[in-house]
Ligand binder design. Structure first.
Ligand code: GLV
Length: 331
């Protein structure tokens, strides 16, 4: 019998082709929608490998529903806060992600959002489409300057650093806060490492690039928002719960910060109605890595991790070394 592989949703063809070659009998939820919890629990039963998406909550219950054959969960995302890594490690189940291949696409989107909120692009487009553009106006849609301003990077990992590097073209001053110094950013860009407080006080654009952990949840809360300049904008392409959305709605209403551009939300796909109601907020539906070639590379990477894990090889993007050490025997 072919090893049971379950894919939770259609992914780009190059990933599916790899899977088809290695595991021709793989199963897939062929509808383009997130499986209901009960369906997920049912579908994973007996699987040796699951190719999951960031929208699938893979916790102890799902791992146990899969049963004793499950050896690997390959997430098609760089973030893996949807997976209970500890529960997987405790059961000897390997977990992998797709780092690196989506760095540029996500950094590009952070900049697209920065421009969009600074220059009020979605708002002015709505105005035009509504037939309200009657003449050029000296006061029409005045926005914020970008060139020469200060960019604050919260979390200078791969994506945060790529966002920082793009600031070179706009003569921006770059501040960053990160657990460890990034000497290359300092020499390349003259970037300066600061505390989060100092960054929030000084930056004109604050861009979030932290993984979501219990420590980073709501790192941008009412207190943090109150430190921002009244003219500053917040950009989030990381994970929604980094920001306390209710606090952000209140802060925007109070005029500090001036705007926000968000690709991720606390309770996706729900968006706080207070954000939907505001013109000074730009909203996109979690499309950071959504380019054709990036998603294809992510799918291939996830498939390669899964195939390697099932072959008994150490998957290239293994997140839990403990699981490799005490990995489950092949069926
Ligand atoms: C996208 O959000 C990812 O983590 O890959």
């Amino acid at each position: 019998m072919d090893t049971d592989v379950f894919v939770t949703q259609p992914i780009p063809q190059p990933g599916l082709e790899l899977l088809r070659r290695a595991h021709p009998g793989f199963r897939i939820n062929s509808e383009e929608r997130v499986l209901e919890r009960a369906q997920l629990l049912e579908e994973v039963r007996g699987a040796a490998a699951i190719l999951a998406l960031l929208t699938d909550l893979i916790d102890a219950e799902v791992l146990d529903a899969a049963g004793g054959r499950l050896r690997i969960v390959a997430n098609m995302a760089v973030g893996f806060d949807n997976i209970d890594l500890q529960a997987a490690s405790a059961r000897g189940i390997m977990v992998t992600n797709t780092p690196g291949v989506l760095t540029d696409a996500t950094a590009d989107l952070a900049w697209a959002l920065l421009f969009a909120v600074a220059r009020r692009i979605p708002e002015s487009e709505r105005f035009l489409r509504a037939g309200r553009f009657r003449h050029w106006g000296p006061l029409l849609f005045l926005g914020a300057d970008i060139a020469g301003r200060t960019l604050g990077i919260v979390g200078a990992g791969r994506i945060g650093s790529a966002v920082a590097r793009r600031a070179r073209g706009f003569d921006m001053k770059v501040l960053y806060c990160n657990r460890s110094p990034r000497p290359q950013l300092e020499t390349e860009l003259g970037a300066r490492r600061t505390s989060l407080e100092e960054l929030l006080r000084e930056a004109d654009f604050v861009s979030l690039h932290l993984p979501l952990t219990p420590e980073t949840r709501h790192i941008i809360n009412a207190r943090a928002l109150a430190l921002m300049k009244p003219t500053a904008c917040l950009i989030n392409t990381g994970r929604g719960p980094l920001v306390d959305e209710a606090a952000l709605v209140e802060a925007l209403a109070a005029g500090r910060p001036a705007g926000a551009a968000l690709d991720v939300f606390e309770r996706e796909p729900e968006v706080h109605p207070g954000l939907l109601a505001r013109d000074d907020v730009v909203l996109t539906p979690h499309i950071g890595s959504a380019t054709t070639s990036t998603r294809a590379r992510m799918a291939v990477m996830a498939a390669e991790n899964l195939i390697a894990g099932l072959r008994g090889e150490r998957p290239p993007n293994l997140l839990n070394e403990e699981a490799w050490e005490r990995k489950r025997p092949r069926e």
